[in-house]
Ligand binder design. Sequence first.
Ligand SMILES: Nc1ncnc2c1ncn2[C@@H]1O[C@H](COP(=O)(O)OP(=O)(O)OP(=O)(O)O)[C@@H](O)[C@H]1O
Length: 306
Amino acid sequence: MSAVPVARLRGAVKRYGALTAVNGLDLALHRGELLALLGPNGAGKSSAIGLLLGLHRPDAGDVELFGLDPQRIEARRWIGVMLQSATLPPTLRVRELLRLTASYYAHPRVLQESAELAAVEDLLDRPYGKLSGGQQRRVQFALALCGRPQLLFLDEPTVGLDIEARQALWAAIRRLVGEGCSVLLTTHYLEEAEALADRVCVMTHGRAIHEGTVDELRARVGVKRIRCISTLLPETVAAWPEVAEVRVEGGRLQLTTAEAEVVVLRLLQNDAWLRELEVQRAGLAEAFTELTRDAEASSSDQREAA
Ligand SMILES: Nc1ncnc2c1ncn2[C@@H]1O[C@H](COP(=O)(O)OP(=O)(O)OP(=O)(O)O)[C@@H](O)[C@H]1O
C-alpha cells in the first residue's frame, strides 16, 4: 500500500448556505483499495465525492487527490467518474462517446477493451439517447474506465441495473481493483458493499460514524427482523423489553430486535397459532438507524461530561 493516499479528506467541511452537508470529514483511500461510502439519503456522500473531484471547494479542511489539489489537471487525468446523473449528448453513438472520452486521457484503453469490461459491445453503434436506463448506466461505466484511471469514483453505479447487469458490473469492478485501481463507491445496498468493499465508511449528517470492514459493521449492528402471522396484538409484543420496533404490514407482524432467539421463543410460547415465521438479518436502513442512535447517544454523553 503506497504511503500517500490516492484520495484524502481531512476535516473537510462543505456548506450550501445554512446547510452543512459535509461536517469535518476525514477519509483516506489507498492504492488498490475499494472503499464503500454508505449512509442514508442526504448523509453527504455525493458532496464528499464532489469535494474530491474538485467540483466544490471545501469551506474548511483539506482535500487531496494523488497528494495534489483536485482541481489540478495532473491529478484529474488519473481519475474516472460515474456520477448519479450524467448528461451526455443523446445523438452521439456509444462508440463516438467512448472515443471522445478516451481522447482526454494520456494512456486510454483500446475501445474494444472498455466495451468488453462494461459489457456494451452490442451497444457501440446505438445513439446514447435511444438506450434504456440500464444500458445508459453501463455506457457511463465504460466512459468512467476507458481512460485507464488509477482511481474510479462510482456514485451508486448499479441503480437501475437488473441482477445480471449488476453482477457483471461487480465482476468488472473486481477486475479493475485486481489491476491496482482504487475505487470509491457509494451505495445503498449492503450486499454491494459486502461483495466488493475492503472497507466501509458509514456517514450521517456529513460525518463518518463508523469505519471498518463490512463484517465489523454487521457485528456492530446485531439487529434482526422477524416477520410472522400472529394472533398477538402489536401493542402486547411492543411491550416486550427485547423488541425495538413493531409494525403491521400486509396482515403480518414485523418486529426488529437485537435478541431474535428470545423473541422467537416468546412468540411461540404465547401464540399457538403462529404461522409463517421468518427471521432475517436487518438491512442497511436498520443498520443506519442503529449506528445513528449510537452516535447520537455518545455525542450527548460527551456533552454531558463536558
Ligand atoms: N447543490 C446543492 N445545494 C443545496 N443543498 C445541497 C446541494 N447538494 C446537496 N445538498 C444538500 O446537502 C445534503 C447532502 O446531500 P448529498 O447529495 O451529498 O447526500 P448523499 O448522501 O449523497 O444523498 P443520497 O444518498 O440521497 O444521494 C442534503 O441535505 C442535500 O439536500
